[in-house]
Design a protein around this ligand. Structure first.
Ligand SMILES: Nc1ncnc2c1ncn2[C@@H]1O[C@H](COP(=O)(O)OP(=O)(O)O)[C@@H](O)[C@H]1O
Ligand SMILES: [Mg+2]
Length: 549
């Protein structure tokens, strides 16, 4: 860009260098006057061995922030930096450009401030609109590969990489036939893929952000599915994020992606799962913290999108907060059933070769026919509210679910010619199954039920009257039932702490005091040996229909 052009042209000829400054052989000078023996003498003082010029002015579309692109040459290398206007006005801030190779130091910084101010005043600097995020901005939809009149300038490296992931490969038909058709008979995979499309038009129905979570045992293709969802918009490997991150980073990503789906793979990979609950809360309530921008003005970030997550445990396992389950569509026990042995390899390969085009085309076709379809959403909304029965959690999710299915309907219409065919009936069947499950709102209870079931089925590992050979999973002692901590650790894995904490809080297991601290275990003595044991509340055991006596 412009690089070659400027390469050979002396800087002075492109810009007006403001008096008293001048540029000589790419170095910046300032005309100064000295009094010598009563006579005033002119002398050229060298300010810097680099002579930067301001090449562009960027005006933020959503705020009043202004940024400048500055350009300079240093030992034959050309440098472009985009910095906020405040940097050019501050000696201290300017010094930071020394790290970027500009010869700016304590002595000359004040001259640079003067120089830039005069330079901007006297040159007609091209003004360009910019944004630091993508998606729907002030009524205009910004897709980075489509938008030509708005420059996207991300705030940090992470966002820059995300922006870079917006690339295309393959063909429209290639994606439909090789990527989508591969999973079209698996509604549990189709739903999140549709959610990836639905995200960018969510604002049309005035729906709040929610999470679509896919959970199931390891190696069932969840990570592959996340990549497939990402392939709608760009290079999947780069687009998909991880849970090994922070609350603030998630917020920034959500803000940057704005309308585009926020895809995060493998909730088990979180280095601290305690951040997941506030993360979901923040995401669905769209409550980015207010934070100061570079020039001190406050702003609140917002987004209108869907989050798509995967993990071995349902994400609500980590989120006990009231209301969170009602904002998560749970696709559980995920697996691609009845597929050939090399199915997952095929899936990975197909998304490596086909991405990005379908998303661009979807936005384009939606834009020209949205009015025709939007009314249809009301029908889906009504239909899904009806099949929700009296399930409170499902009722609250029904509009979102209906919207995702509606998006499937729209895709069928928009890409009829290319043979895109979403099985909408199968998605309704999936919804009814979710309805039957009905315990999705209460993961801690489900985990307890599962653990008790396992012990019930493996009585030889229950230490009741006789000590088992090998490992002990649980105890029955003086009319009470206890888990062995080692068993819980093995069964609950990374979530052990969180779930035990929730169990204690809910009164499923008993609370004891140990030197002033609340603990969920006590020491029991069986046959002269002491064991640490986690006592389960009698009431909950009988409520769930177990009897270990
Ligand atoms: N990068 C890859 N390229 C091709 N195949 C892959 C790749 N990663 C995983 N697979 C295939 O997918 C299988 C596991 O799927 P994965 O999506 O990782 O499941 P999950 O996320 O549910 O644990 C692997 O056994 C392998 O066959
Ligand atoms: Mg995985």
């Amino acid at each position: 860009m412009g690089r070659l052009l400027m390469d050979k042209i002396p800087l002075q000829e492109n810009w007006k260098i403001p008096y008293p400054f001048s540029i000589v052989e790419n170095e910046l000078y300032r005309l100064e006057y000295k009094s010598l023996n009563g006579r005033i003498e002119e002398s050229l003082k060298k300010i810097s061995r680099n002579a930067p010029v301001v090449t562009k002015m960027y005006k933020h579309t959503e705020r009043n922030d202004v940024f400048y692109e500055i350009f300079w040459e240093n030992k034959g290398d050309l440098y472009y930096e985009t910095i906020s206007a405040g940097v050019l006005a501050s000696k201290k801030e300017l010094l930071k450009l020394a790290d970027k190779g500009l010869s700016c130091n304590d002595t000359n910084a004040k001259y640079f401030v003067e120089y830039f101010d005069l330079f901007i005043g006297q040159n007609d600097i091209p003004k360009i609109e910019m944004t630091d995020r993508i998606g729907l901005i002030k009524g205009r939809f910004v897709h980075p590969l489509v938008e030509k009149n708005l420059k996207v300038l991300p705030n940090d490296i992470g966002e820059e990489q995300l922006l870079d992931s917006f690339q295309t490969k393959g063909t429209l038909e290639g994606w439909i036939h090789n990527v989508f058709n591969l999973v079209k008979n698996h509604p549990k995979a189709v739903l999140p893929v549709l959610a990836s499309f639905a995200s960018v038009i969510l604002h049309e129905a005035d729906l709040k952000p929610i999470v679509v979570d896919v959970s199931g045992t390891s190696s069932t293709g969840k990570s592959g599915l996340m990549r497939m969802c990402a392939s709608v918009w760009g290079e999947p490997e780069k687009y998909v994020g991880t849970f090994n991150t922070t609350l603030v980073a998630i917020e920034r990503r959500s803000t940057f992606l704005n309308s585009f789906p926020h895809i995060l793979d493998d909730s088990n990979g979180a280095n601290d799962s305690r951040f997941i609950q506030p993360m979901i809360y923040q995401y669905v309530n769209n409550t980015g913290k207010q934070r100061g921008s570079i020039n001190g003005s406050q702003r609140t970030d917002s987004w209108s999108s869907l989050m798509i997550t995967s993990g071995e445990n349902e994400i609500v396992t980590y989120a006990n907060a009231q209301g969170v389950p009602a904002r998560v569509i749970l696709i559980t026990q995920f697996a691609f059933e009845n597929v050939e042995a090399d199915f997952l390899n095929k899936l990975y390969k197909s998304v490596k070769n086909n991405y990005g085009i379908i998303g661009i085309e979807f936005l384009k076709r939606w834009k020209s026919s949205r009015e025709r379809y939007l009314n249809k959403f009301l029908e889906y909304e009504k239909e899904y509210l009806e099949v929700s029965n009296d399930n409170a959690v499902l009722k609250r999710l029904s509009r979102h679910y209906a919207f995702i299915v509606f998006t499937g309907h729209v895709l069928n219409e928009l890409f009829r010619q290319e043979g895109f065919q979403v099985d909408l009936k199968a998605l309704q069947q999936l919804y009814i199954e979710m309805n039957k499950l009905n315990n999705s709102a209460d993961m801690p209870l489900l985990e307890l039920q599962n653990a008790l079931e396992e012990i019930d089925a493996n009585r030889n590992k229950l230490y009741s009257d006789f000590e088992p050979h090998g490992s002990i999973n649980a105890f029955y002692h003086n009319g009470e039932f206890y888990f062995a901590p080692a068993y819980l650790k093995e069964r609950l894995g990374a979530n052990e702490k969180q779930i035990r904490y929730l169990w204690m809080k809910r009164g499923f297991i008993m609370k004891f005091s140990n030197r002033g601290n609340d603990v969920d275990y006590k020491v029991i003595k069986k046959n002269k040996r002491s064991f640490r044991a986690v006592q389960v509340n009698k009431d909950i055991i009988s409520k769930l229909g177990f009897d270990f006596s």
